[in-house]
Design a protein around this ligand. Structure first.
Ligand code: FUB
Length: 346
């Protein structure tokens, strides 16, 4: 269990003040006095800190299952070492538990590397994890797969025994899938790298695609500047479509968005809402959005690169508040070292 809290920080400050003002007594006694004297902060005063989880991880997909937050990230390492996925769960956004190897290539026979960007959703008491594998190019084996489990922490097993999408359609590499449940319970999947984004409709069992009215299976919806990492949510009946721009290996990777009346757009670019801050971190992008049901509270969960790092894989998962103005436009997210306050779901 990783624990970071403002309470602990204040206790440490109190301890150092106490140490400075005392000329006698054992270290043990000082410590115990310090913690007894720490202000009695409520749970909400605890802060997550950023990064919220330890280790090199990227492309976080955050979701709420019951009274628990989950983060499913890419393990950020060289492609040939990306042969598994871990997940993280938390009751409050502050204390996170690691679930190791919820999915790995021993259970996905056609995948051998580059397991990227989980897209997760639950349906009919099952938990689904869509993933990309093999960094697939034309004519190669790989692409977007579907795995399923009985619990959010897995183990996830291959639903199809082969990729759901392996071909390059409309120039989109089959990676970075996001599964979206529309208001009418239709399931769509947005996906695509290499600067192109497609949407497909999933069948009821997630084993195949449903043709659109015109008979096509794939519809390109690429907005201006789109590179990869699509995400969609509905607020007040409007469709918010978000994506990453720039190169994921560089400092100016960022997130932009559009608002539409329907899941197919057109998606007119509103502007950038997440980017690097020279005081905090670079390469902030490939995000997901957490919404607390029944409230107007939103969080952006994303990856970024610490200022000390230039290695492309040295990416960490962070969380910050996301807010709207009175007209429903998303305000630029301030990336922080503090993260967010504890937020129980119960
Ligand atoms: O983590 C591997 C790739 O990097 C993802 O698929 C892209 O979105 C980028 O974040």
């Amino acid at each position: 269990m990783i624990i970071r809290s403002r309470k602990l920080l204040i206790a440490m400050i109190t301890l150092s003040l106490f140490v400075c003002s005392c000329s006698s007594g054992t270290d043990e006694a000082k410590e115990s006095t310090a913690s007894t004297n720490a202000p009695d902060l409520t749970e909400e005063d605890q802060l997550s800190g950023n990064p919220v989880i330890d280790g090199w991880y990227a492309d976080p997909e955050a979701i709420i299952y019951g009274d628990t937050y989950w983060i499913y990230p890419t393990y950020s390492d060289e492609f040939d070492r990306q042969v598994f996925m871990d997940a993280f769960s938390s009751p409050d956004l502050v204390n996170w538990k690691k679930h190791e190897r919820i999915l790995d290539t021993t259970r996905i026979t056609w995948a051998d590397s580059a397991m990227w960007a989980p897209g997760v959703i639950s349906k009919d008491d099952k938990y689904y994890l869509f993933f990309a594998a093999n960094d697939v190019h034309e004519g190669e084996v790989g692409g977007i797969g579907v795995s399923v489990a009985d619990t959010p922490g897995g183990p996830f097993t291959d639903l199809l025994g082969k990729p759901l999408i392996s071909e390059i359609v409309n120039g989109a590499q089959p990676i970075d899938q996001f599964v979206f449940r529309d208001a009418d319970s239709t399931y769509y999947m947005y996906y695509g790298g290499w600067g192109h984004c497609n949407v497909v409709q999933l069948n009821d069992s997630f084993t195949g695609l449903v043709p659109f009215d015109d008979g096509s299976l794939y519809r390109e919806i690429t907005p201006e500047n789109y590179v990869e990492g699509p995400f969609m949510f509905i607020r007040d009946g409007k469709y918010y479509f978000m994506w990453s721009e720039g190169g994921w290996t560089g400092p100016d990777y960022r997130v932009a968005y559009a608002i539409a009346d329907n899941p197919f757009g057109p998606f007119e670019r509103e502007g950038i809402i997440l980017q690097q801050d020279p005081e905090i971190a670079t390469g902030a992008g490939h995000h997901s959005v957490l919404h607390i049901p029944g409230t107007d509270e939103y969080y952006m969960v994303y990856h970024r690169r610490p200022l000390t790092e230039t290695d492309r894989n040295h990416r960490v998962v962070c969380i910050d508040k996301m807010e709207f103005d009175g007209e429903g436009k998303i305000l630029p997210v301030k990336i922080t070292n503090e993260g967010v306050h504890a937020r129980l779901l119960k």
